[in-house]
Design a protein. Structure first.
Length: 152
């Protein structure tokens, strides 16, 4: 599944929340948004956690929930995400259709500015992303002041 997801346009993969692969349409640094999350934590999966969650969209959400093995994704159900209990819920072609649709749904909802940035040449995009990450890192560092605070 990972190999397929990485073939979709503008996809960026990150590792977050312990052992989860998060797939984004566009890099987060330029306003990208996630569209699928694959759990790699076998212990959690064994305790009933889903193997994958993805954006299903408002049109398909209720229909997908009627299928055995799918349920509303924790924390993301209000955004019409579904969670899948096991890989056998769909055949390969169905998986590809579902995940391509999730990608398209999220891409269509990106702000115009982000979609414009995704059209930049790859080298310019990488430079912009690196700059944004440096800015974010600098902003997160505590600022030190040479002035002492006066106490009343």
């Amino acid at each position: 599944m990972r190999s397929y997801l990485l073939t979709l346009p503008h996809v960026v993969e990150t590792m977050q929340w312990g052992a989860s692969l998060v797939f984004w349409v566009g890099d987060k640094a330029i306003g990208g948004r996630m569209f699928a999350v694959i759990s790699l934590d076998e212990e959690a999966i064994g305790r009933g956690r889903s193997v994958i969650s993805y954006a299903a969209g408002a049109e398909c959400f209720a229909e997908l929930l009627e299928r055995e093995g799918l349920h509303p994704a924790p924390y993301l159900a209000r955004a019409h995400w579904v969670a899948v209990e096991h890989w056998e819920v769909f055949r390969l072609a169905e998986w590809q259709h579902q995940l391509a649709a999730a990608h398209a749904i999220v891409l269509a909802k990106l702000p115009a500015r982000t979609r414009t940035l995704l059209q930049l040449p790859a080298t310019r995009q990488r430079r912009l992303i690196a700059d944004r990450r440096r800015e974010a890192a600098a902003a997160s560092k505590p600022k030190t002041s040479l002035r002492r605070k006066s106490t009343p």
